[in-house]
Design a protein around this ligand. Structure first.
Ligand code: ATP
Length: 382
């Protein structure tokens, strides 16, 4: 019965979308919350407090429903991503995820459980949007930067590339193992188009999209670049630029101010996200959104950080900023200004709290606990 209602609701939603190009604003948005493993539940708890405070200030109705998922869920019920959790994610207006996977819980082939990656594939969340923004000069290992000097977005193609091989690589005896890089024209076109649209929405001057690849060596990467260049032709107002992945690693550290939107295949995006996060304070400062045509998942870029779990000192800001991205996305999708204003409140709160010298959790050089930073953010939101 529930499944039939859900299918009906989805049909109604897509009919509205076809008529209007967007979905209608709602009294109440249903958010599926998957706290996951390690520090996931700790950062999600604070992000939910901040989300509820911001939504309350703007009169935005939210219905938050928690669902099991992750390595702990596998230990309890035999599945890292239960079918009911997946169905709830499809049905919800948006999904908020903490972090998933534990090093000691593995499949028989030795790989870790990554239900968040399975979610991307199942929901076809092709655009991995990872903003990197410097809130305080004190957070960066680079010298001479002011807040806002680093303001770029890594756009990670999320469903193909080297990750297409996940669970599908081959191993021959104890001698050879192969994983393949999969690049398709349609997959590259849609993520390249997303990159240019994003640059237009960000309105930085000059608007620029950098294609990151290794086109000088790999046929797959030369193809990625050719498809990117064709899409670039549709956006004459946006600069189209290229970097090889190795040179990008150098230039991101030497001159991060010169980048706007960077688009790349899945595995490069995975690695570059961590490097770029280090420039603005580490993984605790890097939010993300995994966006598809029908739904989107919002989560910090970091993993479960088992070294920090249970200590009460992990940084919740990446998850709080992911919640702001969720509100922005809901606001745009439903034409709902309340959601956009709630997102802006959260960003201002993060700015206001982190500008105070010495504030923040130990990863930022501060001495606040996760909960104390949550308290400060909730107070600043109001
Ligand atoms: P995954 O492979 O799942 O992405 P990872 O191996 O990249 O995970 P993370 O869990 O992201 O590892 O942790 C990398 C480092 O960053 C660890 O030293 C961890 O302590 C630190 N870290 C991650 N998230 C946070 C956070 N929210 N606050 C403080 N430190 C963090």
């Amino acid at each position: 019965m529930r499944a039939v209602r859900a299918a009906g609701a989805r049909r109604e939603r897509s009919a509205t979308k076809e008529r209007t190009g967007r979905e209608l604003a709602k009294e109440c948005y249903e958010i599926a919350v998957l706290p996951g493993d390690g520090i996931g539940p700790e950062v999600v708890a604070q992000a939910v407090r901040v989300l509820e405070a911001a939504a309350g200030c703007e009169g935005l109705g939210l219905d938050l429903r928690h669902h099991p998922c992750g390595a702990g869920c596998y230990r309890r019920c035999g599945e890292p991503l239960p079918a009911r959790t997946l169905a709830a994610c499809r049905e919800a207006d948006a999904v908020l995820v903490g972090a998933m996977g534990l090093p000691e819980v593995r499949w028989p082939d030795g790989t870790e459980m990554r239900p968040q990656v399975d979610l991307r594939l199942q929901l076809d969340l092709y655009a991995g949007v990872r903003p990197i923004y410097l809130y305080s000069a004190a957070h960066s290992p680079l010298k001479g930067l002011a807040p806002g000097d680093i303001d770029l977005v890594i756009l990670r193609e999320n469903v193909e590339g080297l990750f297409a091989s996940m669970n599908g690589g081959i191993q021959l005896r104890d001698e050879v193992a192969v994983d393949s890089m999969v690049i398709t024209r349609s997959g590259t076109e849609r993520v390249a188009r997303y990159a240019f649209e994003l640059a237009v929405r960000r309105r930085r001057q000059p608007m620029k999209v950098t294609c990151v690849d290794k086109a000088n060596i790999f046929r797959s990467m030369a193809f990625f670049r050719r498809v990117f260049d064709r899409v670039a032709g549709e956006y004459p107002g946006v600069l189209a630029d290229h970097e090889y992945i190795d040179a990008l690693a150098l230039h991101l550290v030497q001159r991060p101010q010169t980048f706007d939107v960077l688009v790349m295949e899945n595995m490069y995006g995975d690695i570059v996200s961590d490097l770029a996060a280090a420039l603005v304070g580490g993984m605790g400062m890097a939010p993300s959104a995994d966006i598809g045509a029908d739904t989107a998942v919002f989560q910090p870029s970091h993993g479960t950080a088992p070294d920090l779990a249970g200590r009460g000192t992990c940084n919740p800001v990446a998850t709080v900023l992911s919640v702001a991205m969720m509100l922005e996305w809901l606001g745009e999708r439903h034409g709902d200004d309340r959601a956009g204003r709630a997102a802006a409140r959260i960003r201002r709160a993060v700015q206001a709290v982190l500008v105070v010298p010495g504030s923040g959790t130990p990863d930022l050089g501060g001495c606040m606990t996760t909960a104390a930073l949550g308290d400060a953010l909730v107070a600043a939101v109001a």
